[in-house]
Design a protein around this ligand. Structure first.
Ligand code: PA5
Length: 426
């Protein structure tokens, strides 16, 4: 479902040198013999996920849908980005869903937090609080505030029915709180880290309440699982992408990868991708800095720099979606005062696609920027499942090529500990 084109990025003959290395790493992933092997639960998840827990989530999520106007999703990093990426990609940005989803706990901005609390004052809302450790400061603060509001508005008994916790099965403050207060809770498996957890209850419960068919999401993930089972670099597009970006970094010394989308509703997918690759690879003084742009928007800001600015820092990975959910045809105007009649008869998607080709040529041929092209058809539930799993596969391969443990995040822990110290946490 995803086609990778490296023709404008690297000399594709170089891939031949990596067949054995890729096979070795593929075996390492499947036999769980590499660094971080205790966090490989996501690999088999599309076929092994607990169907009874998913059914319980559907039952509860659909019941909640009938009671609330807004779902407040509380979480940060891997406990936030995936749900938002899925909901925005699949539902779009201006649909009017039965239940609106608002995200908090990803910031300690007092202004934003107070604004959301005020917005909810006259709304019927529920809470999905997500934290694997159960101790992260930002979501913990948000949960205290939003739980207080819900209890004040509806009373403790109704609040208890409208709060769902997604956390560790046994440990952490959130688990204890959920047990004490009697909240429904769903499990983040021990062997799946935050940024690899979007297809677990972390992302799935919010998707259900947002009206997404999670069976389709999981079907897409299963297809990606099947398509990435091959250790043959010529047959595994995720590995081809991983080796392509590795070569640009390792052989050509590019320092950053800019993921480009021409679809606004994929912006949060690019944010999720930034965490996935940034937190997995940015270690031991290594890794590509993951950046992102939305074109055409950013063509009118960063476009100048990309075309003409400092060279050899970054390459682009461009996402091209071939079959839009919706399209419209441009018509001829009698007066043609805007001079656009030359586009009459074309659909807006055709114009967008031509723009993609034109920009790739400008950036690559004239600007000298290497471009990897990722093409897929749709932006629906199945594609989200496919895309998210596919990127996780590519990420594991890519980090192992660099000789890095993809599944820890020692750098994130440093800031958390420093903050605790300054705030006086015992
Ligand atoms: O990917 C990760 O591990 C991190 O980004 C975490 O998801 C993030 O720090 C939130 O942690 P937690 O889910 O424990 O609250």
């Amino acid at each position: 479902m995803i086609k990778v084109n490296l023709a404008k990025a690297i000399d594709e003959k170089l891939l031949e040198n990596y067949h054995q290395e890729v096979k070795k790493i593929h075996q390492m992933i499947h036999n769980k013999t590499g660094p971080g092997n205790e966090f490989l639960g996501w690999v088999e998840w599309p076929k092994d996920y607990p169907h009874d827990e998913f059914m319980a989530m559907e039952k509860l999520g659909k019941a909640l849908q009938t009671e609330i106007d807004v779902l407040v999703v509380i979480g940060i990093g891997g406990s936030y980005l995936g749900a938002r990426a899925a909901i925005e990609m699949i539902n779009g940005l201006s649909s009017e869903p039965k239940v609106k989803v608002i995200y908090v706990g990803n910031t300690m901005s007092s202004t934003y937090t107070k604004q959301v609390l005020e917005f909810l004052a006259n709304k019927e809302f529920g809470i999905c609080v997500v934290s694997k450790s159960g101790t992260t400061t930002e979501p913990a603060i948000a949960f205290r505030l939003f739980k207080e509001l819900l209890e004040a508005k509806k009373g403790k008994a109704i609040a208890q029915q409208r709060i769902v916790a997604v956390t560790d099965q046994h440990r952490g403050a959130l688990k204890e709180l959920a047990t004490t207060e009697g909240y429904a809770s769903f499990v983040i498996p021990d062997d799946i880290g935050g940024r690899f957890s979007v297809l677990t209850p972390v992302g799935i419960f919010a998707m259900i309440v947002a009206g997404i068919d999670i069976n389709l999401v999981m079907q897409g993930a299963q297809e990606a699982y099947q398509d990435t089972l091959s250790d043959d670099l010529t047959k595994n597009e995720a590995y081809k992408y991983a080796v392509g970006r590795y070569l640009l970094n390792h052989n050509e010394n590019y320092l950053a990868e800019m993921l480009v989308t021409y679809e606004l509703q994929l912006q949060m997918v690019t944010e999720w991708w930034k965490q996935l690759f940034g937190e997995s690879e940015g270690k031991d003084g290594k890794g590509l800095l993951p950046l992102s742009c939305v074109f055409s928007t950013d063509l009118h800001s960063l476009g100048q720099f990309i075309q003409d600015g400092t060279k050899n820092i970054f390459f682009e990975t461009v996402i091209k979606v071939n079959q839009p959910e919706l399209d419209l045809t441009l018509t001829a105007d009698q007066d043609n005062l805007d001079g656009l009649n030359y586009l009459a008869g074309k659909t807006l998607h055709q114009v967008n696609s031509i723009a993609i080709d034109g920009v790739i040529n400008a950036h690559h041929e004239t600007g000298g920027v290497p471009v990897i092209l990722l093409e897929f058809k749709t932006m629906d539930a199945k594609m989200f499942g496919y895309l998210s799993y596919w990127f996780m596969r590519a990420c594991a391969m890519s980090a192992y090529l660099l000789g890095i443990n993809p599944f820890d995040q020692p750098g994130v822990e440093v800031y958390k500990l420093n903050m605790f110290k300054l705030l006086g946490k015992k």
